[in-house]
Design a binder for this molecule. Structure first.
Ligand SMILES: Cc1cc2nc3c(=O)[nH]c(=O)nc-3n(C[C@H](O)[C@H](O)[C@H](O)COP(=O)(O)OP(=O)(O)OC[C@H]3O[C@@H](n4cnc5c(N)ncnc54)[C@H](O)[C@@H]3O)c2cc1C
Length: 504
């Protein structure tokens, strides 16, 4: 029987960060992943010799001295990452139907203000107020600043609503919309999404914005290497079927019938899925009602386009588009007006700096739009046809999305070699969630405390990690991983080690 110090269920970024940190601090770690490929949303796949990302299109705060850089350096992966910094004057461009301008979100706070002043010359005060508030909020999150602190520091800002805040700093409606223009990054909902979510994410990209050259799966590959160097093991194609024990966890039962024991257990799964496979009533009672009252963020429809060679220039920025003047409306689409928004990402490839070989176009899609096919299951190891009507549905949606994209990128259809589509069902089946939600539990400024999930559970040796804890995204999940590890190792010492790794 296999026995570890720590068993980690799921090899998403959260599980891999915990596995690396705990391995580096003397724990023998075993990670169990249901898929063939590790990494969860870090996975890439290849079509027509082209790498396609499933959940990493750009990453913030990766310049020396910035938070993610410091953590990745401690984890020993920073030097080997192949990165390309996005355009300093515009990591994101925001566009609206019927408006010929595109608005630029730049890196560096001074430059951010400078670029927007070109389009909003009267709005210097509003832009300064905006940047000051973003920085103030980020300063209140201790671990985001790689220091210790407590919940009380941020208590007075958790209730601030993003939409209301943007309305309060200016009467210029266009500027309000531009500042919310990339809210697909956090599936923003007007009058719901807390300002701290907008701030923590936006700040990281204003600090610095990067693409992974040849895909985000390199992060998983490098963490895998570190985990093994520290004696850890990752078992692929190994689904955990049950977390067993009454007052504390005794073992996990794998789908293949094997029992794995450990002193501690960390679940990288959505809390609802964790509860579903946990035997103990202690956990069930603690989470049952709470989870029923929490919404997950919306799902996505991802159109991945493999391009004909040398036809589409590499864009060193991301483009966010809104079909109406209201950047918050995209999430409220109807069958008739879908899609109301999209983000377009050109993938960075080492093969060619001038032209890109693939594009990802991302928009929203609710699980109920694909619920008709909910009884199907399809991954690369369990290949099942969801049926001709599903294929026709995807094609019809892809063509509708392309009709909108074509208005901005007029030659796009001529450049397409082939396209591949992911829907909320694809994310449900690969990530093991109930509804293929993009970013997990949706945060709500009206009850921020309720939407904070702690790493500690009522079972003394079961902990949670991943995007449902504090913040989604590569930065958010990495910090959540540290928070989880802080339950087993001294946080002050861990932060000191991160600091040391960055001065050597
Ligand atoms: C379309 C999309 C685009 C995104 N773009 C970006 C971006 O550009 N930049 C950015 O920073 N973030 C982006 N994100 C967010 C980011 O990718 C995620 O927040 C992050 O990777 C989630 O990591 P995680 O560890 O929480 O979970 P996951 O990646 O969901 O990992 C969970 C793992 O658990 C495994 N698992 C589930 N059940 C079991 C079981 N029973 N037994 C064993 N294993 C199991 C799953 O297979 C999976 O590997 C994007 C997300 C999506 C969906």
């Amino acid at each position: 029987m296999l026995d570890y110090d720590v068993v980690i269920i799921g090899s998403g970024l959260g599980g891999l960060v915990c596995g690396t940190v705990l391995g580096m601090n003397g724990y023998k770690v075993g990670i169990f992943e249901k898929n063939r490929q590790i990494g969860g949303c870090l996975q890439t796949y290849s079509r027509d010799k082209t790498i396609i990302d499933t959940g990493v299109h750009y990453i913030g705060a990766l310049a020396p001295g910035q938070n993610l850089y410091s953590i990745f350096r401690y984890l020993g992966i920073m030097d080997e990452l192949k990165l390309k910094q996005l355009d300093k004057d515009a990591f994101d461009k925001i566009g609206f139907a019927g408006d010929d301008k595109t608005y630029m979100l730049a890196q560096g706070y001074d430059n951010f203000i400078k670029q927007l002043l070109k389009d909003f010359p009267e709005e210097e005060k509003a832009l300064n107020d905006y940047c000051d508030k973003i920085k103030e909020i980020c300063g209140k999150f201790p671990l985001y600043n790689l220091r210790t602190g407590d919940y009380a520091e941020k208590e007075d800002i958790l209730h601030i609503d993003t939409h209301a805040f943007l309305s309060s700093i200016t009467t210029n409606e266009k500027l309000r919309q531009v500042l919310a223009g990339n809210n697909l990054l956090y599936a923003g909902v007007a009058d719901k999404t807390p300002l701290y979510i907008h701030a923590l994410i936006t700040n990281s990209f204003i600090e610095s914005a990067w693409k992974c050259i040849d895909g985000g799966s390199q992060i998983a590959r490098l963490l895998n290497k570190r985990i093994r160097e520290h004696g850890g093991e990752i078992h692929r194609n190994t689904k955990v079927a049950k977390i067993a024990g009454t007052d504390k966890i005794e073992y996990v039962l794998l789908e293949n019938g094997q029992r794995i024991t450990a002193k501690y257990f960390i679940s990288n799964l959505h809390p609802t899925q964790t509860v579903e496979i946990t035997e103990s009533e202690v956990l069930r009672n603690a989470y049952r009602t709470r989870m029923q009252n929490l919404d997950n963020s919306i799902g996505t429809f991802l159109l991945n386009i493999v391009l004909k060679k040398d036809t589409f220039p590499y864009l060193n920025y991301n483009y966010y588009h809104h079909e109406t003047e209201n950047a918050w409306e995209g999430v409220d689409y109807t069958d008739q007006n879908w899609p109301l928004t999209y983000a377009l990402f050109a993938n960075a490839t080492s093969k060619n700096e001038q032209f890109t070989d693939s594009l990802t176009i991302m928009t929203y899609m609710r699980y109920e739009d694909v619920a008709k096919w909910k009884d199907t299951f399809n991954t690369d190891t369990h290949i099942n046809d969801r049926g001709a009507d599903y294929e026709a549905f995807k094609k019809e949606k892809a063509e509708r999305l392309l009709d909108i994209v074509e208005k901005k990128f007029s030659d796009i259809r001529k450049c397409i070699h082939a396209y591949y589509i992911a829907t909320p069902l694809s994310y449900r089946d690969y990530q093991g969630t109930a509804d293929g939600s993009m970013y997990g539990i949706a945060k709500d400024h009206r009850n921020s405390f309720k939407t904070f999930i702690a790493p500690r559970t009522r079972l003394p040796n079961l902990f949670l990690t991943g995007q449902n804890l504090n913040l989604h995204g590569i930065l958010g999940v990495t910090i959540s991983g540290l928070i989880t590890c802080g339950e087993l190792i001294n946080m002050e010492e861990l932060l000191n080690k991160i600091k040391q790794a960055n001065i050597q």
